[in-house]
Write a protein that binds this ligand. Structure first.
Ligand code: C2E
Ligand code: MG
Ligand code: MG
Ligand code: MG
Length: 284
């Protein structure tokens, strides 16, 4: 069971929503029970400053579910499951609650960091989402300027008009908005202009191809167009130093990926952050 668990961890981020078990009614029941018992966990992955790999800009909160039978199940599987079950608002609420609680208690080392939260489509367009997130952020003594809300390209640009009013309200309240998985939605970058985004996250599938001439041109085009639209560029899925350096030279502002750190529990993340702070202090 132990080695199986390790395998599952290695598969994080690689698993697709079509993986076996997605249609599994037992998994569905076990997931619903886990949500009811508040058993979801939150891991954090650092987002780094591309101009100095020792500067951390913030962390992205990523939901985790460990089940006794299935091991670690990827959020690429259980988030769509939650949407289909009508549980996404509850899942989102639990994840936000945990992340805001952790982050507010980390006030020392986390003082100037941003907390990125993923928001699914159903969540974004649900009636009480705005009130919920505003009240929760206030309740933890934080302000919306510390929070980045990540919305995937497919949902933001599918129904531009529907998403627009929701996004505008959040932007007006001071939240930063990030267009996640950019490049996967086959939509025109010009649509981004119509929505109040601050940041574009270049999808891992493009970052993976950056060492090929075609891949490099594609990413460079996204970066230049993004900058022309006053967006901050973030690359996800940075797995080695060569990729990081290419992205930095292209002018991408922020980098995220296994090269810097995998997503990790809050204790490990706090250690990661304070070690960086110590190293930076020694260097100055
Ligand atoms: P995402 O928001 O695009 O998150 C980035 C994903 O890439 C994460 O997968 C992360 O673990 C993975 N990743 C980061 N760096 C690397 C790397 O260098 N190499 C590789 N191969 N993968 C990397 P994860 O945690 O499995 O999450 C998958 C997706 O599930 C997320 O994609 C996000 O769309 C969704 N998700 C996760 N947590 C939540 C949540 O709390 N709410 C909502 N609505 N969606 C969530
Ligand atoms: Mg994300
Ligand atoms: Mg992403
Ligand atoms: Mg992605």
């Amino acid at each position: 069971a132990k080695s199986q668990g390790r395998n599952n961890i290695q598969m994080f981020g690689e698993m697709q929503a079509s993986a076996p078990g997605y249609e599994d009614s037992e998994m569905t029941a076990r997931f619903a029970a886990a949500v009811k018992q508040n058993l979801l966990q939150v891991y954090y992955q650092p987002v780094m400053d591309a101009t100095n790999y020792r500067n951390i800009v913030g962390v992205e909160a990523l939901a985790r579910w460990h089940d006794e039978k299935y091991g670690w199940v990827s959020p690429a599987i259980f988030i769509p499951l939650a949407e289909n079950l009508g549980l996404i608002n509850e899942v989102g609420r639990q994840v936000f609650e945990q992340a805001l609680n952790h982050f507010s208690k980390c006030s020392g080392v986390c003082a100037n960091l941003k907390l990125a939260l993923n928001v699914s489509k159903r969540q974004l367009v649900s009636n009480d989402f705005y009130e919920m997130i505003v009240a929760m952020v206030q309740g933890y003594g934080m302000n919306p300027g510390q929070i980045i809300l990540e919305i995937t390209e497919s949902i933001a640009l599918q129904g531009v008009d529907q998403a627009k009013s929701h996004l505008q309200k959040l932007a007006d309240a001071g939240f930063s908005l990030s267009l996640d998985d950019f490049g996967t939605g086959f939509s025109s970058l010009s649509h981004v202009h119509e929505l109040p985004f601050d940041e574009i996250k270049i999808d891992i599938s493009f970052v993976r191809r950056i060492k090929t001439p075609e891949g490099r041109v594609l990413v460079k085009t996204i970066v230049d167009m993004g900058h022309a639209m006053q967006q901050i560029l973030v690359a996800e899925g940075v797995e080695d130093s060569e990729t990081a350096d290419i992205l930095r030279e292209m002018g991408v502002e922020r980098l995220q990926g296994y090269y810097f750190s995998r997503p990790m529990p809050k204790e490990n993340c706090a250690t990661f952050i304070s070690e960086l702070l110590q190293i930076n202090e020694l260097a100055t």
